[in-house]
Design a binder for this molecule. Structure first.
Ligand SMILES: [Cu+2]
Length: 281
């Protein structure tokens, strides 16, 4: 009797192994095994919750489907005359349609509702971030294969002599909303901060935006998430979260330094743009 069930059980086992293997390969970061990278942001938990609850939903569905197939293998293993219909009865059509609707409403409906709500209230709400008195504004210029960052300095205007310009090194104060405006000079790049759940395309000829709020001190990786040429893999930077006093001291020192080193003929270093206030995302 087992002989008849063997092909179906083998297929089921292979499906299970394949799924578990895929889960292992889905690891986005070696830092925490197969889990998400450590979340150092104030709002990242919203995104993580949505991913986790979706994972639980599809996990439950997976177990139900496997159980269903297992029962079918064990109960219908013996040779018997097949019973079938053409699936044209009302009940035959309503049952799969109803099940598909339940899955769609629960899984996709939950994803749609919460992602739309979070996008509008938090992640795309730049007006709220910019209105904070301690908001930090940073322009980022992506190019093959590095990140230039620009801070306005004490005059509050970009592309002036007191601007602080860094290479692959962005420093921010903990707890403050930090708004990035992103531009590229050559090809498509993508500004990626996995520990802050931020990823935004950087498009030549356009200014895109992203914002975050750090909840802890530390050093975190900046990566490029678009394959942007031969040395794409080298396009890494460091985001350092400092206590607000340390950040203010660093910015003041660096701005003082920058004003002394500024040269009018060094046009390649003058890539900043006036801060864009508007609806662009
Ligand atoms: Cu890149």
């Amino acid at each position: 009797m087992l002989r008849h069930r063997l092909p179906a059980l083998t297929a089921l086992g292979a499906l299970l192994i394949l799924t578990l293997t895929r889960l292992g390969h889905a690891a986005p970061s070696p830092e925490h095994g197969w889990a998400m990278p450590h979340d150092a942001s104030v709002h990242g938990h919203r995104l993580d919750w949505l991913l986790h609850i979706t994972f639980i939903f599809i996990g439950i569905l997976f177990v139900i489907m496997c159980g269903w197939m297992l029962i079918a293998c064990v109960r219908h293993g013996r040779k018997h005359t097949a019973k079938y219909d053409h699936g044209d009865k009302r009940r035959s059509m309503l049952a799969p349609l109803g099940m598909a609707a339940i899955v769609f409403v629960v899984v996709d409906g939950n994803l749609f509702f919460h992602s739309t709500k979070d996008m509008h209230s938090i992640f795309w709400n730049y007006a709220r971030a910019e209105s904070a008195p301690n908001a930090v504004r940073i322009e980022v210029n992506a190019h093959q294969w590095a990140w230039d960052a620009r801070y306005a300095g004490p005059d509050g205007k970009f592309n002036t002599q007191d601007d602080v310009v860094t290479l692959n090194d962005i420093r921010i104060p903990v707890g403050a909303p930090v708004i990035f405006q992103l531009g590229a000079v050559d090809v498509l790049h993508s500004f990626y901060l996995p520990n802050f759940r931020v990823k935004m395309d950087v498009v030549p000829g356009n200014i895109t935006r992203a914002w975050l709020q750090a909840r802890e001190l530390g050093e975190f990786e900046i990566g490029c998430a678009q394959h942007c040429g031969t040395n794409h893999y080298k396009m890494r930077g460091l985001l350092t979260v400092l206590p607000p006093d340390d950040y203010a001291r660093w910015l003041a020192d660096a701005s003082h330094d920058a004003a002394q080193r500024w040269r009018a003929e060094d046009t390649a270093a003058h890539w900043g743009w006036p801060w864009e206030k508007g609806a662009r995302k």
